[in-house]
Structures are given as C-alpha cells and as structure tokens.
Design a protein around this ligand. Structure first.
Ligand code: PDD
Length: 286
C-alpha cells in the first residue's frame, strides 16, 4: 500500500482524507504538477516548483503550508514508497470552507489543501511505446483560455484520450483556428529537414518543463528551432513529429489522422532528443 502526503501528514493511502467541500472536488479549483523519478531521483524539480508557484499566483491562491519543504516531501515519498522509476503527483486546491460558494473563501481562514502521491513505473525511461511511436488524431481544442495555468480541469483532455482510443489511436492533438495547440497532456512538435517547429509560449498552451529542457538541448546540438504555430496540414507533411511531457519524456509520433509521417517509424530527431533528454535528466536529477 502506498504512503501518501496530505496536509502535513504521511498516511497509508486508504486513510488519507479530503473534505467533500474541497474546492478542488466541487469547482476544479486546484493546480497540479507531475514530476518524474529516475533512479530514485527527481527530474527537473526546480522547473516544476517554479511553475507551481506561477500557477498559484495566477489564481490568487495562497501557498500551502509545506511549500518551502516540497523537495524534502518529494524525497520522503520516494523513499517511503521505494520508488526507483515513476512519477510524483502533487495537487494544491483552494481548500474547503465547509460549504459550496462561487466566491473564493478567505485565505486567512481557509488554508489550501496539499496532496502528493507516487506512481511506480518500473522502466519508465525504456517505455516500449517509444520504439513504435504514437498514432494521434486531431480534435478541436475546446478547453478554456488559460491553459498556461496547470489546473486540474482535465475533463476535456480525458475525453480527447477517449476519442483517440475509440479511433484506434494513442492520443490527440488539439486544433484551434487551424493550428495545433498541444497534445492532451503533452507539448507537440514537428520536424521538417533540420528544423523543429513547436508552438510559441502564450496563454494557449502549458509551458512544459520538458519542452524548455528539450528545446535547449536541441539548440545545443545545433538543431534549428522555430517557436510558432503550425497547421495540421504542415504536420501531416512533416518528416517526423513528437511530443514531450514529464511522464513520456520525448515520445515519437508516427501517424496523424491516418497519415503516416516519413517512413512511418520514429524519426532520428525524436530518437536523438529522447536519448539526450533521458541521459541529461539522469545526470541532473536531484
Ligand atoms: N501533463 N501540455 C499539457 C496540456 C500537459 O498536461 C502537460 C503535462 C504538458 C507537458 O508539460 P511537462 O513537460 O511540464 O510535463 C503539456 C502531465 C504530465 C499530466 O497531466 O500528467
């Protein structure tokens, strides 16, 4: 049984409790982070912590008690659960004032809720899916307008994964005004010649922590990077494509809406960036 963290306590998962009035539960009034663990160490921890702080600020949410000890809490959970490879999920909500009201509760009297738990994923970096590559479909982007804030409003992304599954694909890319925004739970990239194209940062997409690291490795490796919107047609005509996220690292995409990219196998740029990202992350992990 897992040991999880709830508001200052380490508890067996079956004993952890959050109020039914918690605004995360009633209003999706919460933000989260997912940090990967390789060899028992945290990948890109500083980046996830910085983005969490930004998400809280953007929503006028108070920092939870324990915020300053988050590195220690992450490490404690890794140790207590014997995680070699896997993920740590962290969620902060605006807490519970014991009733339902659209108006935010007074942060002085209603503390945020802080929850963390682990997911063990042995061999996370050797995911066989990376050898095969993913098939994706395109769907309309029907999410709200502040996707740069990592909120727990994940119903539409969940529906997108189900649409993909129904269509015999692995995931979906979302389209707005004819351009790809991002994947349901990852950032999206195409490669044409020696150029990697990915949408620029704005309110329209999540500012991926893996994205930042991968783009800097790509530039170090003398690859050209263009941060701009790209269309679905451009994607289908690309030499290769891939996605990035804390849980998938760099994952090749081999098919879009039934159109095979290149020779239909993971491309060299995606494979190389995956290798670099995983190697460098292992080295830099805390
Ligand atoms: N998802 N875009 C969206 C919509 C995401 O949900 C995520 C991450 C990313 C990639 O961000 P990062 O590189 O910081 O993980 C982009 C996480 C992994 C999840 O929801 O499980």
């Amino acid at each position: 049984m897992r040991t999880v963290y709830v508001n200052g306590e380490y508890l067996p998962e079956t004993e952890a409790r959050v109020s039914i009035f918690d605004r995360g539960f009633l209003m999706a009034d919460g933000v989260y982070e997912v940090t990967s663990v390789l060899d028992g160490k945290l990948v890109d921890f500083e980046g996830h912590l910085a983005r969490l702080e930004r998400s809280l600020n953007e929503l006028d949410m108070r920092k939870p008690d324990g915020f300053d000890n988050l590195l220690e809490i992450h490490r404690d959970l890794v140790a207590r659960n014997g995680i070699e490879d896997g993920l740590i999920y962290l969620q902060v909500t605006r807490g519970s004032d014991g009733d339902r009201d659209f108006v935010f509760p007074d942060p002085e009297t209603t503390p945020p809720t802080l929850v963390l738990f682990t997911q063990s994923k042995p061999g996370l970096a050797d995911n066989p899916a990376a050898k095969k590559g993913m098939k994706i479909i395109s769907i309309d982007d029907l999410r709200w307008g502040r996707r740069d804030i990592k909120t727990v409003q994940l119903l539409y992304p969940s529906m997108g994964k189900m649409m993909a599954r129904k269509a015999g694909a692995d995931d979906a890319w979302m389209i707005e005004d004819g351009h790809v925004t991002e994947g349901t739970s990852n950032n999206a990239y195409i490669v044409k010649g020696n150029t990697i194209v990915t949408r620029h940062l704005s309110h329209e997409i999540l500012h991926g922590i893996t994205r930042a690291a991968v783009l800097s490795f790509a530039r170090e490796a003398q690859m050209q990077v263009e941060e701009r919107p790209f269309t679905l047609d451009e994607a289908k005509a690309a030499d290769e494509a891939f996605v990035t996220s804390a849980s998938a690292f760099v994952m090749p995409v081999v098919e879009i809406d039934g159109t095979a990219l290149g020779d239909g196998a993971p491309g060299p740029v995606a494979r190389r960036l995956r290798e670099i990202y995983i190697d460098e992350s292992r080295k830099a992990a805390v």
